[in-house]
Write a protein that binds this ligand. Structure first.
Ligand SMILES: Cc1cc2nc3c(=O)[nH]c(=O)nc-3n(C[C@H](O)[C@H](O)[C@H](O)COP(=O)(O)OP(=O)(O)OC[C@H]3O[C@@H](n4cnc5c(N)ncnc54)[C@H](O)[C@@H]3O)c2cc1C
Length: 262
């Protein structure tokens, strides 16, 4: 940890979503001087809408095989060092009630807001400095430090963590900022595409199935071949616009346009 300038932080975490808040909290509690910056004024909007408002915060069977990555080993050490049981221990400390819904999926009894409050309290326990409603215009390297030029002035930090999330739901704050910063600093970025999403259909073609909206059924669902083959036994949910539920969200990560889903 570097001592000295008061306006200098050890770590600037960009993005106050699930990843950024957890990272800031842990770094702060380990003694780093941390600033957490977000352009939104409301914290962690994606957590708020997750799991239908109750946040499916972990799965008892979560393991490396559940993660898709060009580097399948990437998640191994993280999952080994922080297990679903570790997160449950944290929930117990905050007296947050939860229940298992189906196949190891854990949800809050009350509301996703409980998880946001927990993360906020964990950040406070690490004396994290908040800078919300703050747009970052540019990031520069100056010697060993990073300079963040923001609408609220310049922030100097020894390390920058980019946790500005993926591209889904721009109307609640998602941007391609993380990808742009990665490219600026010469990091390779793989092509992005939707994953864990419902499948929607052309309105006219879907009309005959609209009366089924709300019906849920267990299905065997599969698509693709070779390395990109996906097959699940899960619940499928009919909706007014198409198909959703765990089976469809899972298979969407494997589906390629033009490939049948069986
Ligand atoms: C409808 C829906 C339901 C979901 N349900 C679940 C669920 O039940 N369980 C589950 O595990 N996952 C669920 N997910 C996925 C989960 O919400 C995300 O994977 C997770 O919240 C991502 O967290 P994150 O911190 O990486 O990114 P985000 O939560 O997207 O946070 C990124 C933050 O960065 C900020 N930001 C973006 N650009 C900038 C910028 N230029 N400058 C400053 N700040 C910026 C944003 O305002 C945001 O606060 C769901 C997602 C959706 C869309």
């Amino acid at each position: 940890m570097t001592q000295g300038r008061k306006d200098r932080f050890d770590v600037a975490v960009l993005g106050a979503g699930a990843a950024g808040m957890m990272c800031a909290a842990v770094a702060g509690q380990r003694g780093a001087r941390v600033v957490l910056i977000d352009h939104a004024t409301r914290l962690a909007e994606k957590i708020r809408i997750s799991g239908g408002g109750r946040c499916n915060f972990t799965n008892l069977q979560a393991g490396p095989a559940n993660y898709l990555s060009n580097n399948p080993h990437f998640c191994r050490s993280a999952l080994a060092r922080y297990t679903p049981q570790d997160f449950l221990a944290l929930l117990r400390r905050y007296d947050i009630g939860w229940h298992e819904k189906h196949r190891g999926q854990l949800f809050c009894n009350n509301s996703a807001e409980d998880i946001i409050n927990l993360l906020r309290a964990e950040c406070d326990a690490g004396s994290v400095h908040w800078q919300t409603g703050c747009t970052i215009d540019e990031i520069r390297k100056e010697g060993d430090d990073f300079l963040l030029l923001t609408k609220q002035g310049t922030v100097r930090a020894g390390a920058v963590v980019v946790a500005t999330g993926g591209l889904s739901i721009p109307k609640i704050g998602a941007t391609d900022f993380g990808y742009r910063i990665a490219r600026q600093f010469g990091l390779k970025v793989v092509d992005t595409r939707p994953a864990l999403v419902p499948l929607t259909f052309d309105g006219q073609a879907w009309q005959p199935f609209v009366p089924l909206a709300g019906v849920s059924m267990e299905v065997d669902i599969a698509t693709g071949s070779g390395k990109m083959a996906g097959a699940f036994k899960e619940d499928l949910l009919w909706t007014h616009r198409g198909l959703s539920g765990p089976a469809v969200l899972q298979i969407s990560s494997f589906w390629r346009p033009g490939t049948p889903i069986d």
